[in-house]
Design a protein around this ligand. Structure first.
Ligand code: B12
Ligand code: SF4
Length: 479
């Protein structure tokens, strides 16, 4: 064990998720469509496991200026560098920083974790500047790796870890998913919280929080099932509510952006949490609370009412598509009419809806897919528009994007998409508006035109929207 005087430094880095800061403002509300400023929960989650014995420094590219210089300075005498990455520009930024660090300190172990390396560990380790990958939930594996590095031991047998030894990649066994209640609380005080507090539509001081990790569903486009093996764990209601209370008091927080993948999975737990929140009457709001439409559409009205009373002001639904063929190809486990059921439930209970759709699923009839998806979006807009409540909804519309080793990645390759063979290729891949080879330009352009015209992107009123949508329908018919 290291004493306080001789604690070794561990540097943890959260790279930029996007190449250029893109703030897509919602023209109907004050919120951002993609809030980039996020508490680096991934890094804090692993930092909590080693912070007693090591001096952990967290650098978040989104809020720390001159982050590369800071990392280089900190790495000079460090035990290791840890990098977190999703499948997006974070890879490119992470590669660049890892390469600079290795140039300065070739012996310093560079460890990657997060969704991308977890689902593509071998390719990640083929990069010469990355030595170790921690797959899946990182807490226990990271602690063990750090302890081994500190005592100069090999990583043989450390579960959930892949690493290079003698030029070969060694893949240790997976690690079992650990109950979140076994970990200490997320140490928010390890970062400068003022830099991580954002305005969101329900308040001025919003931070990220999560109550559960994992997801039990198996959508064919998503990395989550590969990452967590369809396992799920949630904090006990009392623990979560105490933390929310502590955070709201300590940092004067009015809104929590809930970062779970599947908040509503266990309705009994949802009820326990919400009842306690009502009892404690903390006056906090919860936003972006993720729910699956299949679950939400069969949730009882008294639970909807309880959830609202507890402070849930916005639900994020992966509605994905208006085409049943596409939903089935995604293995979404949902039916198109559930979109409307959920939308109406949200309106009825005065909960804002934020939902995401995508088009371009490989192997699906494209024209029908676009037509029915745009139509379903129009129906959602109409539910809110007819009540003059457009500022209470938000829809993200994107194009199918491949993620490593998902079934739809394979289907994409079968349909002519070029495989992504290196970490660098993934890092340079356009995450925003991927134009798949099966996507004719005129369809692609029409979807972009539709997206630009949606009320929160264009600022238009409902009657203007209806006119605009008619025009889009006509254009689509002619294609
Ligand atoms: C917050 C968030 C964001 C934030 C950024 C977060 C950040 N790191 O800066 C924002 C909003 C910017 C964002 C953006 C995107 N996101 Co996002 N995001 C999330 C979300 C909701 C929460 C992440 C989180 O904090 N979780 C809590 C922490 C504790 O869990 P964790 O990150 O998994 O960390 C654990 C392990 O992964 C591991 N670990 C993580 N990092 C490291 C590092 C080291 C060194 C080690 C040892 C271990 C380790 O240990 C941690 C503790 O167990 C997740 C869904 C989810 N529930 O996780 C999606 C998720 C990560 N996002 C996802 C995606 C796809 C995106 C986008 C690429 C989508 C897109 N096409 O637009 C964009 C990227 C850029 C863009 N176009 O805007 C996918 C990832 C899939 C993939 N293969 O990468 C997820 C899983 C959602 C999903 N189900 O599809 N996202
Ligand atoms: S429900 Fe959401 S998080 Fe779970 S597998 Fe499907 S898309 Fe991924």
């Amino acid at each position: 064990m290291n004493t306080s005087e001789n604690k070794k430094t561990i540097v943890l880095f959260n790279p930029m998720p996007v190449k250029h800061q893109v703030a897509i403002h919602n023209k109907k509300t004050t919120s951002l469509q993609v809030p980039l400023i996020n508490v680096p929960l991934s890094l804090l989650a692993i930092a909590r496991m080693v912070s007693d014995d090591f001096d952990v420094k967290i650098i978040n590219a989104v809020v720390d200026s001159d982050y590369k210089e800071k990392i280089l300075e900190l790495c000079e005498n460090a035990l290791c560098l840890g990098v977190s990455s999703m499948t997006c520009y974070q890879i490119r930024d992470g590669i660049n920083v890892s390469a600079s660090v290795k140039e300065m300190c070739p012996e310093l172990p560079v460890i990657w974790g997060g969704y991308h390396p977890s689902t593509e560990p071998i390719q990640t380790l083929e990069n010469p500047n990355i030595d170790i990958v921690i797959r899946g939930q990182g807490e226990l594996s990271f602690r063990e790796v750090v302890e081994r590095l500190d005592t100069n031991q090999s990583l043989t047998g450390v579960e959930g870890v892949s690493y290079k030894e003698g030029g070969q990649v060694v893949t240790n066994h997976d690690r079992n998913f650990t109950d979140l209640n076994e970990f200490p609380p997320i140490p928010y005080d390890m970062v400068d919280m003022e830099k991580h507090i954002k305005g969101y539509k329900f308040g001025k001081r919003c931070i990220d929080y999560y109550i559960s990790q994992g997801c039990a569903a198996a959508c064919n486009f998503c990395s989550e099932p590969l990452f967590c093996g369809r396992r799920w764990s949630a904090l006990n209601a009392e623990t979560a509510v105490n933390e929310l209370e502590h955070l709201s008091r300590t940092y004067n927080i009015d809104t929590f952006m809930i970062r779970d993948s599947d908040f509503f999975l266990n309705v009994k737990k949802v009820k326990e949490l919400c009842s306690l929140l009502v009892e404690k009457d903390l006056g906090i709001r919860m936003t972006s609370v993720n729910g699956r439409m299949e679950q939400l559409s069969r949730m009882d009205d008294d639970v909807w009412a309880l959830v609202r009373e507890a402070g849930v002001r916005e639900i994020f639904i992966g509605t994905e598509s208006g085409s049943q063929e596409a939903l089935d190809a995604m293995n979404k486990g949902a039916k198109v009419p559930q979109i409307e059921v959920c939308t109406r439930k949200c309106v009825e209970h005065d909960i804002d809806v934020r939902s995401s759709f995508m088009v371009g699923i490989p192997g699906v009839d494209l024209k029908k897919e676009i037509k029915s998806t745009l139509n379903e979006i129009h129906k959602m807009i109409s539910v809110y528009g007819e009540q003059d409540r457009l500022e209470h909804m938000d829809i993200l519309l994107s194009f199918f994007t491949p993620y490593p080793h998902t079934k739809l990645y394979d289907a994409g390759v079968e349909n002519g998409m070029l495989p992504l063979n290196t970490l660098e290729e993934w890092g340079d891949f356009d995450q925003f508006d991927f134009k798949a080879p099966w996507y004719p330009q005129e369809y692609y352009d029409l979807v972009l035109e539709f997206r630009g015209g949606m009320p929160w992107n264009s600022g238009c009123e409902f009657d203007e929207w209806c006119e605009f949508y008619k025009g889009i329908e006509n254009k689509l018919e002619k294609l």
